[in-house]
Design a protein around this ligand. Structure first.
Ligand SMILES: Nc1nc2c(ncn2[C@@H]2O[C@H](COP(=O)(O)OP(=O)(O)O)[C@@H](O)[C@H]2O)c(=O)[nH]1
Ligand SMILES: [Mg+2]
Length: 262
């Protein structure tokens, strides 16, 4: 067994430990970050075959992506059994008008004050119970956006990304996933195991950590399943690292809800 294969085996063991508690994981980030694709990637990795559970926006077709708040729950085929992933609308803008998720809805999502099938930016009623309050929020950004953050003429996106941390209550775990690392590093595009050796990926991880206000070990670079027809160890391992730590940190917060209190 090579190093990637043994990492995959160990990750699987750790992920499979999360069977008992119901965990909720909510994804937030800019439009086109790969949030919906990441949910499909996680379930593909888990089931060992391509799955298409969440609608993904085509890069070339105009559209807003996710319009309603909804969750995808793990089933008997999954290596994690009681986890639900919640997808959200991304933030975006056209001209100087913000067209993606509003700040109010973003806060609602992170606080769990949201009803299932809530229509983003249209429904204004809060949920009566915190049934969909996440145990972990994943900040999702694409590697290209992270790489170009400092040369962007428009600072709104940067401000929105920097603002995410403050949207999440202190007792909820946070990690970040940087997608599309194949688009910034040719070696990673050719062989996804190079993701852990790439200098440019390392730079992007550092930038994501400072943008999101997270420790570097809470930022996970990945390549989503978009071109493959079968799952493979090299794409699985980075995805499983992100998943494993999301589940671990989410569980820690469930077990010790006061850990972050002063
Ligand atoms: N090359 C590449 N494309 C990706 C990756 N992740 C997502 N995409 C593409 O990016 C586009 C937007 O993805 P989507 O999941 O709809 O983004 P969302 O708006 O955050 O939900 C889709 O065309 C995906 O196929 C990745 O890791 N690598
Ligand atoms: Mg989406």
């Amino acid at each position: 067994m090579n190093a990637m294969e043994s990492a995959e085996t160990n990750l699987k063991i750790n992920i499979k430990k999360h069977k008992i508690k119901d965990l909720k994981i909510t994804l937030v980030g800019h439009a086109g970050a790969g949030k919906s694709t990441f949910i499909n990637s996680v379930f593909s990795t888990s089931r060992g075959r391509m799955v298409d559970l969440v609608g993904v926006k085509s890069e070339n077709v105009a559209g807003l992506g996710t319009l309603k708040f909804d969750g995808t729950k793990a089933g008997p085929d999954d290596m994690f059994q009681s986890v639900t992933f919640f997808d959200t609308m991304g933030f975006s803008r056209s001209g100087n008008k913000c067209s993606g998720i509003s700040e109010a809805d973003l806060k609602r999502v992170c606080n769990g004050e949201i009803k299932i099938r809530h229509q983003f930016n249209l429904d204004t009623t809060k949920a009566a119970t915190p049934k969909y309050r996440p145990n972990c929020v994943i900040f999702v950004a694409s590697a290209e956006v992270m790489l170009n953050l400092d040369i962007m003429t428009d600072s709104t996106l940067k401000d929105q990304l920097k603002g995410l941390n403050a949207c999440v209550p202190r007792d909820i775990a946070k990690i970040a996933v940087v997608t599309k690392c194949d688009n910034i590093c040719n070696d990673t595009a050719k062989d996804a195991s190079n993701i852990f050796k790439s200098r440019i990926v390392e730079r992007v991880v550092k930038r994501a950590a400072s943008t999101f206000g997270l420790q570097e070990n809470k930022v996970f670079p990945i390549v989503n399943y978009t071109k493959e027809v079968e799952t493979n160890t090299k794409l699985n391992v980075p995805i499983m690292y992100a998943l494993r730590y999301a589940l671990d940190y989410a569980t820690d917060r469930v077990e010790d809800p006061l850990s972050d209190e002063d």
